[in-house]
Design a protein around this ligand. Structure first.
Ligand code: PLP
Length: 622
């Protein structure tokens, strides 16, 4: 069966080959293509000197999110005879990498795909892109004079840059800058809706959300704009529901409320022509298709249909023209495009396959514990587990009181693990009740892996984000162990201990025994959204190597782009060390040791060479 649930969450992009390798393929809508084995890709990259951890991006996967989104809206528009267009924008914050933004802009040309800038630096990025003529640049966030000046001036170059007003005060800045420049701006207004959506980002919606203008102030704003002659500039209404909205009913409810505001503003004489529903389109990370933190109960087609239908219906009812629809769906567009791949370096194994040999001298609790073995059978597994835990805890208490020595304690711990292993073996063959399975999830192996959770998967640490995580090879072999994956930082938070499997979410990952001198690769999928720049330098682990490949369609791949991960010298400079100064200081310490006679000249050479090599090396295990 599909132990790892790949067919549920794989989106037609991730497959398992008969030889047990995990493979990537373009989706069916791109025409049938031959899947490419990920271990083979890694071997190829390794031959070219590109080591794990690697953030692997697949060019076509970057484009499918974009295409699925735009197709969903154009299909919904055609199906409902909606009399308006869709003009999506990519929120740069979701993945600011030049390569990603560049490719999306290029691939987005036919759709007049635009960009959303939430800050001055993001606007600077947007204005350096060859956007299609009809594409929008939507400016959100708090804006100063400089930001607003640049946005207004860019209209002169043909950019369609919309400044979304976050407050009444912001309008006054816009008015002043616009008067100074003698150029009228294109404006939007961020309306604070009262509907609260469910999910992790619930606080981005409703009365308590920090952004936007509520009903109490919006009429004041409109009147102020009318009296200053700026009402004609207000063409867009913006609403943002939060990210990863789990339930499509929330989408319909918020869009309905947004339409009421839109209709009323039109009634007040505001020439609105664009309705921007912000972000929220979620990714079904678990493949469960249900409304939960890491899954969504809708497809992109259903999301688009919910918006298009609701807006069309509301506008017909109110007698207004259908607006051009905008969404700022970033997560959906880029999440699938990349995966993090790392190796297991070592393991701390739980479970002793050998029955410990006991002598007459051992405490009777140890003999009692080993005797559990005789009744490890289906129907009595919970009882075996309870008994083993009881004896183990009694033995630990004896040790704490000084009534048992460390050698006996060690034997007792091994007896416990032996019984546990026996119980687990019977469970593997016959299954177990839920309570026992859950209790046993705590007794797992640790697989120590070459990556930093804080650098490469920050949301896993910060907000319990789940991504599909699987071994990339030997999936034709029954896994014999259950493991939690620990990272290379020396922080106990640096671990992945929640996994999406075919039958639900588990606290450990089924893995295989490690083999001498053979790599054991793990892949974390769908990490293209938010992770790259939210990551931090905990323990000074830097960026991983990033490689973009394209799949040839015939089972091969080509490297499109490569960015080497940070060297130690680079990471040091990010935190204000001068690597040259560090080297000088180290050199001086070595010279003092030479002067004292504790280091000879050969040692001096190797000390300095080792320090220099490390400065130029990868921050990860090499
Ligand atoms: N637009 C705005 C204003 C946002 O704040 C965000 C992020 O939360 C987005 C768009 C992106 O949303 P998503 O995560 O759905 O791509």
């Amino acid at each position: 069966a599909d132990l790892y649930g790949v067919s549920a969450w794989g989106q037609g992009l991730v497959h398992v080959l008969p030889n047990g390798d995990v493979a990537l393929a373009d989706p069916a809508e791109n025409g049938a293509t031959v899947p490419v084995s990920l271990p083979a890709i890694l071997e190829g990259l390794n031959e070219r000197g590109i080591a794990t951890p690697i953030l692997l991006r697949v060019q076509s996967f970057l484009e499918i999110g974009l295409r699925r989104l735009n197709d969903a809206f154009s299909n919904a528009i055609a199906a409902t005879e909606y009399r308006g267009d869709y003009r999506g924008v990519f929120p740069i914050k979701v993945n600011q990498q030049a390569e990603v933004v560049g490719r999306l802009v290029q691939a987005g040309q036919p759709y007049h795909y635009g960009l959303e800038a939430g800050s001055k630096p993001e606007l600077i990025v947007a204005l350096a892109q060859p956007l299609a003529e009809q594409s929008l640049i939507i400016c959100n966030g708090i804006k100063d004079d400089e930001f607003i000046r640049l946005a207004i001036l860019s209209l002169k170059l043909g950019f369609r840059t919309v400044i979304v007003l976050e407050s009444l005060k912001e309008f006054e800045i816009v008015k002043r800058v616009s008067d100074e420049l003698g150029i009228k701006p294109l404006l939007g207004v961020r309306v604070k809706l009262t509907q609260v959506v469910t999910g992790k980002w619930a606080s981005s919606s409703g009365d308590r959300s920090s952004f936007g203008i509520g009903a109490d102030q919006i009429v004041t704003l409109v009147e102020r704009m009318r009296e200053t002659g700026f009402l004609d500039c207000l063409v867009l209404q913006h609403n943002h529901l939060g990210s990863q909205v789990p339930n499509v009913i929330d989408v319909r409810r918020t869009v309905t409320e947004a339409c009421r505001f839109y209709s009323e503003l039109r009634r007040l004489g505001v020439p609105l022509a664009f309705l921007d529903m912000g972000g929220g389109l979620g990714v079904d990370y678990t493949g469960e298709k249900r409304a939960s933190d890491n899954s969504v109960n809708y497809t992109v087609d259903e999301y688009a249909a919910a918006i298009v239908e609701t807006v069309g219906y509301a506008m017909d009812e109110a007698g207004h023209p259908h607006p051009t629809l905008v969404t700022e769906s970033g997560r959906f567009v880029v999440a699938l495009s990349s995966m993090l791949i790392f190796d297991v370096l070592d393991a701390t194994l739980y479970g002793v396959p050998q029955r410990p040999d006991l002598t007459e001298n051992e405490h009777h609790f140890l003999h009692d514990m080993v005797a559990i073995e005789e009744y490890v059978k289906p129907g009595r597994l919970q009882e075996c587990f309870n008994d083993a835990v009881y004896y183990r805890d009694e033995i630990r208490a004896l040790f704490r009181r000084g009534q048992m020595d460390i050698t006996q304690l060690a034997t007792a711990e091994r007896c416990f693990l032996y019984i546990l292993k026996r119980v687990q073996t019977v469970i593997r063959e016959n299954g177990a009740g839920e309570a026992l399975s859950e209790a046993l999830e705590g007794f797992v192996d640790y697989y120590h892996c070459n990556f930093s959770l804080f650098q490469s998967l920050p949301d896993v640490w910060a907000i319990d984000q789940l991504h599909p995580v699987i071994p990339l090879q030997r999936l034709n072999e029954q896994p014999t162990r259950r493991a939690v994956l620990t990272d290379i930082t020396c922080d106990s938070d640096g671990k992945i201990d929640s996994f999406i499997l075919g039958d639900g979410i588990h606290k450990s990952l089924p893995v295989h025994d490690l083999e001498e001198d053979k790599p054991y690769h793990i892949g974390v999928f769908f990490v293209g959204a938010y992770q790259e720049t939210l990551g931090d330098l905990h323990n000074l682990f830097g960026d991983a190597n990033v490689v973009t490949i394209s799949l040839t369609g015939e089972g091969g791949f080509t490297i499109e782009h490569e960015t080497e991960g940070d060297t130690i010298a680079e990471v040091l400079s990010y935190v204000e060390y001068d690597p040259g100064d560090c080297l000088d200081a180290f050199r001086k310490t070595v010279e003092r040791a030479v002067a004292k006679g504790t280091v000879n000249s050969a040692e001096r050479r190797s000390l300095i060479a080792a320090y220099k090599d490390s400065l130029g090396g990868y921050t990860y295990f090499e």
